[in-house]
Design a binder for this molecule. Sequence first.
Ligand SMILES: [Zn+2]
Length: 160
Amino acid sequence: MNLPDQISHLWTQALGLIAKVVSPDWGSLIGLLPFFLLIGVIGPLITILALLWVYYFVRRPRTKVRFVEGPRQALLAADGLPVFPPGEPYDIRSGLIYPPGTTQNDAGEVLSVTCPMCAIARFADVTTCHNCGLVLKVDRRVAVRTMQPAGPPPGGAAAA
Ligand SMILES: [Zn+2]
């Protein structure tokens, strides 16, 4: 075998190799299509759904836990009367402040709430202030989060 023959032989081998790579076995690839679909589309989709599910269930109990805390005792002003922050339901007899959105105490009695706008008290199950017309509809989740830093009302003790 001379050199040109060897080169042409190698060339033929190379062409055969390239042909194998360039034109793959489409039949078997199409057969694997559902598998690729599963890996490439459904897999990530399930992963995202699982992450959303975890996100939802990890976050949800936190807001629930805050409700379990229940009512808290109102601070007393200098004159000995309890100070109720406006917009939060309270029981005037026990001096307890209830979580936003609560309308009744444990005994089933309707709570009171002070209008944040005009400071007129009304029943907590009434959403619209009869004096100024302010509608106080509390989304419990949002309210609990915003009212988390529940310190004493500004100037509450000093006002008396
Ligand atoms: Zn009002």
